[in-house]
Design a protein around this ligand. Structure first.
Ligand code: CA
Length: 232
């Protein structure tokens, strides 16, 4: 398991597992708006901060979490699907998200150093996944992605990142996880990998550290600088 003082620099890194929303794409404000609208539609209060606190879990898990909190029990599979589909329709009606500032530079730095990369996301939003393939210099292959459809249990469980590691084919100790959400960080740490938290949203950086991140940074630009620092 990663220790806080453990060192990790670009020469030791052979694989990187990226989270997608809030790391590679500046898409979280859009997801937050879409979720709030979807729950409003069924008369439930769910705030944007609730979305950020649940970030990383699959859409179906977010719906069930909201129901348990509001009513004390889960909703039917049909209701769950209806709400999630409503959310997805709202999301897809918004302008497409831009890559996170600095994210393409990070991917290029890693590519120049021969690092293998893939994405492990709780999302199933097809348009964003298509843009991921198109916009990041061909660094991501569709077959190697882990999306909501590929896992039985979502983040914070280790399964998504373990599946990503398996698809990437690198060793655990040479692979790092890059996340922006506490549940995603918990998943990466539970999968036994060095996990970097990049705080791109409204949460306090302390929440990322409390989730177990080995390093917490403030932006993708800082991550690029961190990767290239020799003393890491
Ligand atoms: Ca995220």
């Amino acid at each position: 398991m990663g220790q806080k003082k453990e060192k990790m620099n670009i020469d030791r890194i052979k694989g990187v597992l990226f989270d997608m929303d809030g790391v590679l794409f500046d898409s979280m404000p859009l997801h937050a708006r879409a979720w709030v609208m979807a729950f409003q539609h069924v008369g439930m209060a769910f705030s944007e901060m609730d979305v950020y606190r649940n970030e990383g879990s699959r859409g179906s898990d977010t719906v069930q979490y909201a129901f348990r909190r509001e009513t004390g029990h889960e909703c039917s599979k049909e209701e769950e699907t209806r709400i999630y589909q409503y959310k997805s329709r709202q999301y897809e009606s918004f302008p497409e998200p831009e890559p996170m500032k600095g994210a393409i530079d990070v991917v290029r730095t890693l590519k120049e150093h021969g690092v293998n990369m893939t994405v492990v996301t709780g999302s199933g939003e097809k348009t964003t996944i298509d843009r991921l393939i198109r916009l990041f210099d061909g660094c991501f292959e569709r077959e190697k992605l882990v999306t909501a459809m590929d896992v039985q249990i979502g983040k914070p469980h280790p399964e998504p990142y373990l599946k990503g590691l398996e698809k990437l084919g690198t060793k655990r100790e040479e692979t790092i996880v890059i996340e922006n959400a506490p549940m995603g960080i918990e998943s990466g740490v539970a999968a036994g990998m060095f996990t970097i938290g990049v705080n791109t949203g409204p949460l306090d950086a302390k929440e990322l550290a409390a989730a177990g991140a080995n390093v917490v940074l403030g932006s993708m630009k800082e991550l690029n600088e961190w990767l290239l620092k020799e003393e890491n």
